[in-house]
Design a protein around this ligand. Structure first.
Ligand SMILES: [Zn+2]
Length: 112
């Protein structure tokens, strides 16, 4: 028995794997998710999805190939991914407020 599975690698190129993929993806939409994803299964049942169906060994491969996590079946990964997309410009230093620590000088009372 030497069955092989066609998976997509991190470079987006297909290769033959001796073990089946753990994640499915949609080539056109650039989304990956679980093999039993309800959204994907619905799309497959409707037809039209299968021709764009790809498989990945790991989520790292999928991410490297430019796919994003499915919000339906991978909500945790999707949230992380979303935060990374939004948070790119948020590299503001927070420590600055510590600078104005209490270098409080008591103001001298001017007795003449
Ligand atoms: Zn999904």
């Amino acid at each position: 028995m030497s069955k092989t599975w066609k998976l997509d690698g991190p470079d987006g190129k297909q290769y033959a794997s001796a073990v089946p993929g753990t994640l499915g993806g949609h080539r056109r939409n650039r989304i990956y998710g679980r093999l039993d994803c309800p959204a994907a299964l619905r799309a497959i049942a409707r037809g039209g999805y299968v021709t764009n169906r790809v498989f990945f060994s790991t989520s790292e491969d999928a991410r490297a190939a430019g796919y994003r996590p499915c919000a339906v079946c991978l909500p945790g990964a999707y949230t992380t991914w979303k935060a990374q997309q939004d948070g790119v410009s948020e590299t503001r230093p927070v420590r600055d407020s510590l600078r104005q620590l209490s270098t409080r000088r008591r103001h001298p009372q001017n007795h003449g």
